[in-house]
Write a protein that binds this ligand. Structure first.
Ligand code: TRP
Length: 448
């Protein structure tokens, strides 16, 4: 066994830890709220089933069969191919762009965790909205400090390495996250507004589906499963050789989807109990939820703290998976020391993140807004709706057509039925690339 090989449970928890994050608890509920509920949820679920799981398997296959960093993995598997895909490995660096706004939001969570602990979340809707808006638009210093803390914690865990840092963090934080979350879920189930939340999320209104909703839902399913930039690939380079990638991928996709759906139900249940505004956008968990917690008295004080702890655990275990791919390339391919690579990339992430953060402020917002979106929203939109789907298409074509057939079979076939293998291959060759490309072209107006 290589020193860096993870245990099976360590691997599954690490990949699940990567997948379950802000995408599930912060983005998914607010996007569902903004896009009108069920229609968005339906497209998201369909994409996970028909494209997401196959791509998850494809990324795992590239990583595990080569045991290399992203660049090295594409290079190795390109060896006898007519076209070399080795430059595709640079998709790892799109993670740095994701990390910029991701760590800003982790900073917000830290700030709200401190507020929850000091008992100062506000019960009054106006106050709670004002509190977040003032923080977001004016309190650059608090945000910058919390952002620094977030980048520091992420950098530190990754610095400790794949086993001591990443595997151990997941082995501790993921079970804790699941326990806290189950507690929140049982509490929400007992509230009367649960049914309303259920209808909001699962009543599909087809008139609400348009090309934009579809692109956002597809992009989101990539984001939430962590596919399209080499994070899963990088983790899989340390995966144990003996497990079935089909089973592992399915387990992870189910966990991730359950987490999103349940987080949505919990949040909308709380929300409908105390206010009626599901479309608050990025402020949803920071405006509406604190207000709800504050109205629940002492129970709310405890629930509030637990909620923000859970959220920070979920986010940290994802953020480390977004950073590791770049670090692995820098250290294994360019021979940089781990410390140096971490410092270098953390500084880049911090600085870009800082500009993203001030692009939400009243003072600098104007000068950092282009084409109707500020820098913060651009980073999120551009990575989620374009870079990840494009990364996904490249991975699909590469695994479906370019790599030697023997590698696919050796990694997958021996563990599964021919029938399942064939469905997977069809999805990776045709459904994933054609479907996703069509959607991107359609949204960008190229298909008219
Ligand atoms: N999946 C994580 C979430 O839902 C975010 C994430 C982690 C990610 N690693 C990634 C997104 C790699 C894209 C690519 O919050």
């Amino acid at each position: 066994m290589k020193i860096n090989t993870l245990t099976r449970i360590g691997f599954i928890l690490a990949v699940a830890g990567s997948a379950i994050g802000l995408g599930n608890i912060w983005k998914f509920p607010y996007m569902t709220g903004q896009m009108g509920g069920g229609a968005f949820v339906l497209v998201y679920l369909l994409t996970v089933v028909f494209v997401g799981i196959s791509l998850l398997i494809a990324e795992m296959l590239i990583g595990r069969s080569t045991q290399k960093d992203c660049y090295g993995a594409f290079e190795t598997l390109s060896k006898n191919a007519p076209v070399s895909f080795k430059f595709a490995g640079f998709m790892a660096f799109s993670g740095l762009l994701i990390l910029t706004f991701y760590t800003v939001v982790i900073g917000w969570i830290f700030h709200y965790l401190f507020l929850a602990m000091s008992g100062s979340l506000a019960a009054d809707p106006k106050v709670s909205e004002g509190m977040f808006m003032t923080f977001l638009q004016q309190d650059i210093i608090s945000q910058a400090l919390n952002h620094l803390l977030a980048v520091g914690v992420v950098g530190y865990i990754v610095y400790k390495g794949m086993k001591k840092g990443i595997e151990n963090t997941n082995l501790i934080l993921m079970p804790l996250l699941i326990v806290i979350f189950l507690g929140l879920v049982f509490y929400a189930f007992s509230l009367p507004t649960f049914t309303k939340a259920f209808h909001f999320m699962f009543d599909f209104d087809f008139s609400k589906i348009d090309s934009h909703t579809i692109l956002m839902a597809v992009g989101h399913s990539f984001f939430t499963l962590s596919i399209g930039m080499g994070a899963i690939m990088t983790y899989s380079a340390s995966a144990p050789k003996s497990s079935s990638l089909f089973k592992d991928a399915l387990t992870i996709a189910i966990l991730d989807t359950l987490f999103a759906l349940v987080a949505g139900l919990v949040i909308f249940t709380f929300l409908f109990g105390f206010s009626d505004e599901p479309s608050k956008g990025a402020g949803l968990v920071f405006i509406s939820l604190p207000m709800v917690f504050a109205q629940m008295g002492f129970v709310g004080f405890i629930v509030g703290i637990l909620f923000f702890i859970a959220l920070s655990f979920a986010a940290l275990t994802s953020a480390i998976s977004i950073l590791e791919p770049s670090i692995k390339i820098a250290t294994e391919r360019y021979g940089m020391s781990r410390a140096k690579a971490i410092v270098l990339f953390s500084v880049i992430v911090y600085v870009i993140g800082f500009f993203a953060l001030i692009s939400n402020s009243t003072m600098y917002g104007q000068s950092l807004t282009f084409g109707g979106k500020n820098l913060f929203d651009w980073l999120d939109f551009f990575t989620t709706a374009f870079l990840l789907p494009i990364g996904g298409i490249i991975i699909a074509i590469f695994v479906g057509f370019v790599i030697p057939k023997e590698i696919r079979e050796q990694e997958l076939h021996q563990y599964s039925h021919t029938f399942i293998y064939k469905i997977w291959l069809f999805s990776i060759r045709y459904i994933a690339p054609i479907g996703v490309l069509g959607i991107i072209l359609n949204e960008s107006g190229i298909l008219g």
